[in-house]
Design a protein around this ligand. Sequence first.
Ligand SMILES: Cc1cc2nc3c(=O)[nH]c(=O)nc-3n(C[C@H](O)[C@H](O)[C@H](O)COP(=O)(O)OP(=O)(O)OC[C@H]3O[C@@H](n4cnc5c(N)ncnc54)[C@H](O)[C@@H]3O)c2cc1C
Length: 415
Amino acid sequence: MRAPRILIAGGGPVGLALAALLSQSRESAPWDVRLIEPQAVPQWSDADVDLRVYALSRASQRILSAAGVWDAIAAKRVSPYRRMVVWEGHHDARIGTLRFDSAEVGEPDLGHIVEDRLIRTVLVDGLAAHDGVSLDLGVELAGVGATPDRVEVATADGDAIEADLLIAADGSASTVRALVDLPAVDVAYEQAAIVTHIATEQPHAMTAWQRFLPSGPIALLPLADGRSSVVWSTSSASAESFSALDDRAFAAALADATDHVLGDVVDVGPRASFPLRALHARRYCAPRVVLVGDAAHTIHPLAGQGMNLGLLDAAVLAEVLEAAVAAGEDPGDLRVLRRYERRQKGRNLKTLLAMDALHRLFSRAGPLLAPLRATGMSLVDANSFTKRRLMREALGVTGELPIAARARPGPIELN
Ligand SMILES: Cc1cc2nc3c(=O)[nH]c(=O)nc-3n(C[C@H](O)[C@H](O)[C@H](O)COP(=O)(O)OP(=O)(O)OC[C@H]3O[C@@H](n4cnc5c(N)ncnc54)[C@H](O)[C@@H]3O)c2cc1C
């Protein structure tokens, strides 16, 4: 019998991680995996820190470890964060500030800040060492047709690729989702996130700082070189005017917006801005086609969970497919793909709705709302049981986890 052919469209972190996980299980499921990606994969360099960074949970760390790349990532550059401080008014006020510390849950950290380019470079290098996995850069999916026994993909260059299963990891504006007619609920926030790296007067203290402003949340994430990565979500119009400021004026605006929590902003790096949306596909699969990562769900970056959810999708789908192929099932069969959908859709939707609710809660003004929110935050801060639960959720170690995201013995947790 021939090996099942799996085609992944999209070489973002989720598509690449899925290819790596599938390559790890080729002994029990000897499939042929092909990944197509229109762009060149950006190369990581130790000379500068990528503008795009992710706050990766413990579950994501374990998944990247199962994909065979966490040690290589940690050896190059990661920044663990041990504490998290969330506030609305003044960070040193007695009321209205939430403080989390990894020591309270007996963990060395609450997660790691990792560069997008680094994850992708290491995954691509890892894939090059595996048989049965091919990576085709410069190839864009432009058409999809499914028959009962295979899926046919047309590339933008006019080539045809046949597979037993097409996995769409082609991001928020997924071409596959549109072509296969998997409708999605799509809400534009009319907000954008400005990202940059800054040097500050005071050290970041291995702490992720997040302030909620009526215009949107602003986060400072600690980088390994002592600077902080900024994710500043605000209205599209404000993002445009802040982006147009010169570095000095921008630094002053940023220090104000962050309540001078790290003192003055003394240096600002290049800036970029991303429009924000919430999107959730009503179905994650059709016969021989399945969605993962941002193609299935795109969430507000206020709790930095998009990539974490995408890596969980990858781990659950790899696990479901491996079990199906080992049992002699067809990996493109809708009944197999629905097993993945059943495991992931509820969890993803719950996180998306929670982020959306938080976003709306903190963007409302009103004489009573701000004190009520501050009191609520203080009540949570004083309740160590609730705080420990929230930290475990943020670490991604609660609920039904795929094997790749579960704890394993060994030193990998200590980076
Ligand atoms: C400002 C900001 C900050 C964020 N911070 C965090 C964070 O701290 N933590 C976190 O967990 N998440 C974060 N996220 C979310 C995170 O960026 C996304 O969830 C993540 O990038 C999704 O990865 P992906 O591989 O699914 O999609 P993408 O990274 O979008 O990759 C999709 C890939 O598909 C390719 N592609 C597109 N069209 C085609 C086609 N037709 N054929 C083939 N390939 C195609 C693209 O070239 C691309 O390489 C943040 C998002 C934003 C906007």
